[in-house]
Design a protein around this ligand. Structure first.
Ligand code: COA
Length: 260
């Protein structure tokens, strides 16, 4: 697939999506959001893609935020639409049904941090910087950040970041649970690919069901969540991969999953 502001490649069932607007530090303008929407809808429907890695082109930025030149023109009506559009695309990513890994290679600010938050796993270069600096512009995060950041790191730490607009480095992001692992810039993509390959080697029905149960956790009560879990557990036991996985263990061999 060809895009103006994205690079897209699929290898060994793993899609690599690179936001490529380097002259603006990969800031998300409307055109880039539209391309992300098309790209992730394609990924959702492509049965040969099991895992996704999203990163920023160049060495400096993952995504330096929504495009401030477009934000500057918003009014009270268009701002609501602007926020809801970004939220919908990030919801698409979170509810993709396939694991999405953010490989944060540089600045992840504002909408960039929110994009990383909509992914299921975050790996960071040791040079990355994270923050929600919207308050410096007289606005608040509008692409889900007040909700996802708070759920991920707790209200006290989320308030600290969102109310000050301060940037934090990768070490601090790791310490507060915002990122899963830190790698050198040279290793970030190769390690993300190795991790993605590990997930891609499992039975994909189980991966998808597990992800659905994890993602639903925030919206459900404990009872509802456990009910969903037992239903998805039962669905796993209707797959060929469940027979293969359990039989392989008992026969002391490696499973050969067919994703059926
Ligand atoms: N929207 C639009 N353009 C952006 C942008 C954004 N979020 N972030 C960076 N850019 C543009 C700059 O305007 C500049 O464009 P220009 O060369 O045409 O003037 C270019 O990207 C390079 O950025 P610059 O600010 O010169 O780089 P820097 O190394 O001095 O600073 C940052 C890097 C990330 C600290 C700084 O760009 C910044 O603070 N960006 C905005 C972050 C933000 O508030 N994000 C939340 C938006 S809601």
């Amino acid at each position: 697939m060809d895009f103006k502001n994205l690079l897209f490649d699929v290898e060994k069932n793993i899609a690599l999506v690179k936001i490529n607007r380097q002259e603006k530090l990969n800031a998300l303008n409307d055109e880039t959001l539209n391309e992300l929407n098309i790209c992730f809808n394609h990924i959702k429907n492509d049965k040969n893609i099991f895992v996704v890695i999203i990163t920023g082109a160049g060495e400096k930025a993952f995504v330096a935020g929504a495009d401030i030149s477009e934000i500057n023109k918003l009014n009270i009506i268009s701002a609501k639409e602007f926020s809801e559009k970004g939220q919908a695309i990030f919801n698409l990513i979170e509810n993709l049904g396939k694991p999405v890994i953010a490989a944060v290679n540089g600045f992840a600010l504002g909408g960039g941090c929110e994009l990383a938050l909509a992914c299921h796993i975050r790996f960071s270069s040791d040079r990355a910087k994270f923050g929600q600096p919207e308050v410096n512009l007289g606005i608040i995060p509008g692409y889900g950040g007040t909700q996802r950041l708070t759920r991920l790191i707790g209200s006290g730490r989320a308030a600290e970041l969102i109310l000050t607009g301060d940037l934090i480095d990768a070490e601090e992001a790791y310490r507060i649970g915002l990122v899963n692992k830190i790698f050198s810039p040279e290793e970030l993509i190769s390690q993300s690919k190795l991790f993605a390959e590990k997930i891609a080697s499992k039975g994909q029905a189980a991966v998808g069901f597990a992800l659905k149960s994890i993602v639903s956790c925030d919206e459900l009560s404990e009872d509802e969540g456990q009910n969903l879990e037992s239903s998805l557990f039962a669905l796993c036991c209707g797959t060929d991969d469940f027979k293969e996985g359990t039989s392989a263990f008992l026969e002391k061999r490696k499973p050969n999953f067919k994703n059926l």
